[in-house]
Design a protein around this ligand. Sequence first.
Ligand code: HEC
Ligand code: HEC
Length: 274
Amino acid sequence: MKVLSALFLIAAASAEVPPGPGMQAKGGAPGRFIGDPMAIEAGKESYGLVCSGCHGVTGEGGRGPNLVTAPGVQKASDQELFGVIKDGIPGSDMPPSPLDEERIWQLAAFVRSLSAPAISQNVPGDRDAGRMLFYGDAGCTNCHMIRGEGGYLGPDLSNLGLTLSLGRIREGLLDPNNRFAKGFDPVVVTLTDGTRIEGVAKNYSNYALQILDRAGRLHFLASDDAAAIEFLVDSWMPADYPHTLSGDEIQNMLAFLSRLSLSSDATPREGAPQ
Ligand code: HEC
Ligand code: HEC
């Protein structure tokens, strides 16, 4: 009897969307896949094979729209996103997909992860170890503030998990020279009296420059005050964290950073496996 009912359960389970590896069967299908790191990873793989030709390797767009910034993707419910990927968009180049439902959900999870705030994603890693590293050996607080504590040269990270996607956070940590956060262009100014000011440009025009230095002092300079203004190619943010931090440390740091939020009721997405 035992064996028989077990068989029944398996049959019943596989009649719906079969749960992927490591995923719990509780919650609706979207809850199971959206935000789940393994589903996203699997979706990323299919995406690379099937979708990247039109939407770009990182979702940056091409023949199809940019999937990171598309308002349509951000507004769509999980179910609608699934529907677009499954059925395509009739009358356009966006084709329907012959893949099975599980793979389509994985694709939806990946597409969602491109733009969803990091806090809605289940990021593996040891958050407490990441916190210790952040406030300790990694030296992040020399330049970054969290809730009023830390340095000035880099962006305040207090609300990072709500404002950036995991991909953007990872890029910020591991590839700081790819793109500077807005208002943080690195600059060195030499004043006419020889004083050197290193900092980030908050605002600049042909006539004036506002520069925030390491100590948090804001300098308002007219272009006459400066003998030389040099915008740097490299961020003040060290670019060698991919080498100085181990793979585990990077993962722990991402787990910590992705949960940073100023909102007390921002919790990981409902239904995402813990
Ligand atoms: C042959 C090129 C092509 C392929 C392959 C393709 N797409 Fe598209 N996709 C498009 C085009 C073009 C549109 C815009 C259609 C329109 O709205 O007119 C689009 C639209 C979309 C949208 C809606 C975007 C919005 O703004 O609402 C999503 C989501 C999407 N594609 C995901 C995918 C995924 C995931 C795959 C892989 C399974 C994929 N696409 C494969 C061309 C493609
Ligand atoms: C010497 C100063 C400095 C240190 C140390 C530093 N950063 Fe930064 N960081 C910056 C600056 C300046 C920027 C903005 C320019 C840029 O995007 O590269 C930045 C950008 C970032 C961003 C992107 C934020 C955004 O809004 O786009 C993240 C995430 C980040 N840092 C995390 C860290 C972490 C985690 C550490 C420690 C492991 C760290 N930083 C150490 C200076 C620093």
